[in-house]
Design a protein around this ligand. Structure first.
Ligand code: AHR
Length: 674
């Protein structure tokens, strides 16, 4: 085994393949033992830099990705606002402890906060003495969070709420099991009538004495009187950098080293109706003052704890460039005429100033008050989502484009119109490209951008995934087709500059879209095979693309790419990625040309595979890594013949060493003929 044999094998194999290629019947005969040759040119002259931004993530508030997901707030509908500004409002999922003999619960518009006027009024009819004695444990309200709160022994939770009453209060604040029977942590808020005669903020730190993944927060009392509650929050103290992001979900994102994060949608940005679209100004400032809104495309309420500021913070924490998608006056059902779109344009300009204006600017100062005087690194914005075909899009788009370029000439603007088949009829720096399709189709779309013009705006493939029967809830089959597509994007990264899978997250209790990259509930998380595919591309952004040509017999469904990349400790690697989308194994030989035989040497490779027993295999909470790459196997140095398993993604990492001539002469055994 060694480098010496490689060119010989490569040569014979190449002759064999060249000879057999024109004869399909012959190719079919060798199916059982398919062969392929990968010709790699590692010389500098034939390589090309891959954009630093190539692979990132798209975070949409869908499937409770944020509210009840990455955003660690445990209380759902913390201001009782889910019904909008109406009375009675929708207090779901709050429920009542006790019955009408003991208490009456209503909502009114007496809140301290102007933008969310609803508060909850609780009239307690029972007492510790007299004819109507309260049940033991008291009466009150509870919030189960998002299908149960994950409370863990030894961890602390900050509970904050606003309270008002006509009398002195004695309120028990507790974290309990879902039936209320097991108390995990509890404390009492005791206050005189004068203390709570006006709205008062109460804060407690509860430390859990037990673990329960489906807990609830209770506010109870056994004292007669009328109490108003508003803006009730329970946050784990332990969040990423205390920025409010659920640690293990954040880590899943950090592990794919996203170079950018597109947010907050998707259709979420558009709304089914404009009145329900995400409007950034309603999502900033103190959390208590945010009105929240009903996302009418994915049909759930969000308190907007994860607002515009937090998205920018998330990007910064991930070391990813923020890509802000804003509403351009168009929803699914209604749209603003171009002559009336200026308020939306101003809103976008203000949003850019909020992100990157200095701390003394109007909106930059609001950001500074929120704790981030330094501007965020906002360089990309997208004008709407999937709105290209709509009547007012071009007109509206141009208003945004002109105004933004006038004020912020360096901002890169992304159009919703597809420019992959021909030039756009309007100026843009990028065009958005979305693809959801079957596995075979996505596999073939690896070549989608081969013929695209290299002039004009670049492509941003901001949403791609295999969907439908091939995908299930995230299958190996879907993931392999996506891997092939990404290999194609890597090869076309002179025109495709950014790409992200969609959707990113799903809370398994509210699956609005299938499949997704990361699945979680209150306490567990796993990556689907599509997530693991993205881990193979972590080193690609900012790497160097090598010229790689695959020669194969006609029946093999293979696609491959090769890059060189530098690790943090300064080492240089060549990574080859090959997708075998066929049902036979393939004997692959690799021929690397373009290395200096006197000074450059390859060691390894380390082989890492993503495959499984069945093509439709999926991961689950019980088998989280059924379809996931292992740690990688180190093959004998210089091994250039590898077997590609049927239906697999294989990566081969070679360490590229520069050796001095003296060493070279002294150690003949390590001689390489590459
Ligand atoms: O990713 C899910 C949805 O698909 C997005 O909200 C939308 O942009 C697309 O139609």
């Amino acid at each position: 085994m060694g480098y010496n044999k490689v060119p010989c094998i490569a040569f014979f194999l190449w002759q064999f393949i060249s000879f057999s290629l024109p004869y399909h019947s012959f190719a079919i005969e060798v199916d059982a033992n398919a062969t392929a040759l990968l010709l790699l040119d590692a010389s500098k002259g034939s390589s090309r830099p891959i954009p630093d931004t190539l692979f990132g993530i798209f975070f949409e508030e869908i499937n409770h990705a944020g509210a009840g997901g990455l955003w660690a707030e445990l209380v759902s509908n913390r201001g009782f606002e889910a019904g909008g500004p109406n009375v009675p409002s929708n207090i779901d999922p709050w429920s009542i402890i006790g019955n009408e003999t003991f208490l009456i619960v209503a909502t009114d518009r007496s809140s301290l906060f102007d933008r969310n006027k609803i508060a909850l009024q609780m009239e307690v009819l029972c007492d510790t003495q007299g004819s109507n004695i309260c049940p033991s444990g008291g009466v009150g309200i509870y919030n189960p969070g998002f299908w149960g709160m994950n409370i863990e022994q030894g961890k602390s939770y900050k509970v904050v709420f606003y309270v008002r009453s006509t009398d002195a209060v004695n309120i028990s604040v507790s974290l309990t099991s879902s039936d209320g029977l097991q108390s995990l942590a509890s404390a009492n808020v005791i206050a005189s009538a004068s203390d709570v005669s006006n709205w008062t903020k109460k804060e407690l730190l509860l430390t859990a004495e037990g673990t329960n993944h489906t807990s609830r927060l209770q506010l109870t009392t056994a004292k007669k009187g009328v109490i108003w509650f508003d803006q009730v929050s329970a946050m784990p103290v332990d969040t990423y950098k205390r920025h409010g992001f659920r640690n293990e979900l954040f880590q899943m994102l950090a592990d794919i080293k996203p170079q950018f994060i597109r947010f907050p949608g998707g259709c979420f940005v558009e709304g089914e109706w404009l009145r329900n679209a995400f409007r950034w100004k309603e999502t900033i400032g103190p959390w208590e003052e945010r009105p929240g809104h009903f996302g009418d495309v994915w049909m759930y309420w969000t308190d907007d704890g994860l607002g515009y500021f937090e998205f920018l913070q998330l990007a910064e924490d991930l070391n990813a460039l923020p890509i802000w998608v804003f509403n351009n006056g168009i929803s699914h059902q209604d749209q603003v005429d171009t002559t009336s779109v200026l308020p939306f344009v101003q809103e976008a300009l203000d949003g850019i100033e909020f992100a990157r204006g200095n701390a003394s600017s109007k909106w930059g100062s609001v950001r500074a008050v929120m704790g981030h005087p330094k501007p965020f690194n906002l360089k990309y914005v997208a004008v709407g989502n999937e709105d290209c075909g709509k009547k007012n899009y071009r007109g509206n788009y141009l208003k945004f484009y002109d105004a933004i370029k006038r004020t912020y000439p360096d901002i890169q603007i992304i159009s919703n119109c597809d420019g992959s088949n021909g030039p756009l009829d309007h100026p843009a720096d990028f065009y958005d490209f979305h693809v959801y399709t079957s596995a075979n189709d996505l596999f073939s779309k690896a070549h989608k951008f081969d013929q695209t013009s290299r002039n004009g705006p670049k492509a941003f493939v901001s949403e791609y995934a295999v969907t439908g029967n091939d995908a299930g809830k995230g299958s190996l089959k879907a993931a392999l087709a996506e891997a092939a597509f990404l290999v194609g994007l890597e090869k076309n990264s002179d025109v495709v500059q950014m790409a992200s899978y969609a959707p990113l997250f799903v809370n398994t209790n509210d699956r609005r879209w299938n499949p997704d990259a990361i699945v979680f509930d209150s306490s567990q998380v796993y990556g689907t095979p599509s997530y693991w595919v993205q881990r193979f591309f972590v080193e690609s952004s900012g790497a160097t693309l090598l010229n790689a040509t695959l020669k194969t017999n006609s029946s093999a469904q293979l696609i491959a790419s090769a890059i060189t990349w530098q690790s943090g400790d300064g080492k240089t690697y060549i990574r080859i990625k090959v997708v075998n989308f066929g049902n036979s194994s393939v004997n692959l030989s690799i021929d690397v040309a373009g290395l200096d035989p006197n000074s450059e040497q390859l060691t390894g490779p380390t082989k890492t595979e993503l495959t499984s027993t069945n093509l439709m295999d999926e991961n689950s909470f019980t088998e989280q890594k059924k379809v996931a790459p292992g740690n990688g196997t180190t093959l004998p140095d210089g091994e250039m013949d590898v077997v590609l398993k049927p239906y697999s993604l294989t990566s081969l990492d070679f360490l590229k060493k520069t050796v001095s001539l003296r060493m070279w002469e002294a150690d003949a055994s390590s001689k390489s003929s590459i």
